[in-house]
Design a protein around this ligand. Structure first.
Ligand code: ZN
Length: 149
């Protein structure tokens, strides 16, 4: 647990330095009330890569109130969620090799963090795109739009 936190902190410190050009990252919080603090994310078109820094600001365990973040076409959300629930927590509620998924983080519990980075080119066409949590039942509330501008 302590080692995991250290690693997450190290990653968080690296991220701003690696993507210092422009604002190519966002801090996204999930809480014990099954909510994200953002309902939309805007990705500057000047970014080559974009990073989402997910933080679980609650205290509940990932087995009962776990959160992840997935980026995908809005029209694919339901299918990804259904297959993810079948895959289970050990697979971070994402079907192995799901090509509909642009990027996904692992599932984290209270106090943990997880960062994911993806090429912006992956969401510039074929949208609209969304971000959401695929923990069973969470996507109904934990979702938002992600657009490149
Ligand atoms: Zn969640």
């Amino acid at each position: 647990m302590y080692r995991k936190l250290l690693l997450a902190s190290a990653l968080l410190m690296l991220a701003p330095a690696a993507f210092a050009a422009g604002n190519c990252s966002v801090d996204l919080e999930g809480n014990d009330q099954m909510r994200f603090n953002l309902s939309s994310i805007t990705v500057p078109s000047s970014c080559q890569q974009f990073t989402i820094n997910l933080k679980h600001v609650g205290t509940m365990a990932k087995t009962v109130m776990g959160h992840n973040v997935i980026v995908a076409k809005t029209s694919d959300m339901r299918g990804i969620e259904t297959d993810g629930i079948r895959a289970g927590l050990a697979a971070d509620y994402v079907k192995a090799g799901d090509t509909r998924v642009v990027v996904h983080s692992r599932v984290i519990g209270g106090g943990e963090t997880a960062s994911v980075t993806f090429p912006v080119a992956k969401i510039t066409s074929g949208g609209p795109y969304s971000f959401f949590c695929s923990f069973p039942g969470h996507a109904a509330l934990m979702k938002g739009t992600i657009t490149v501008q």
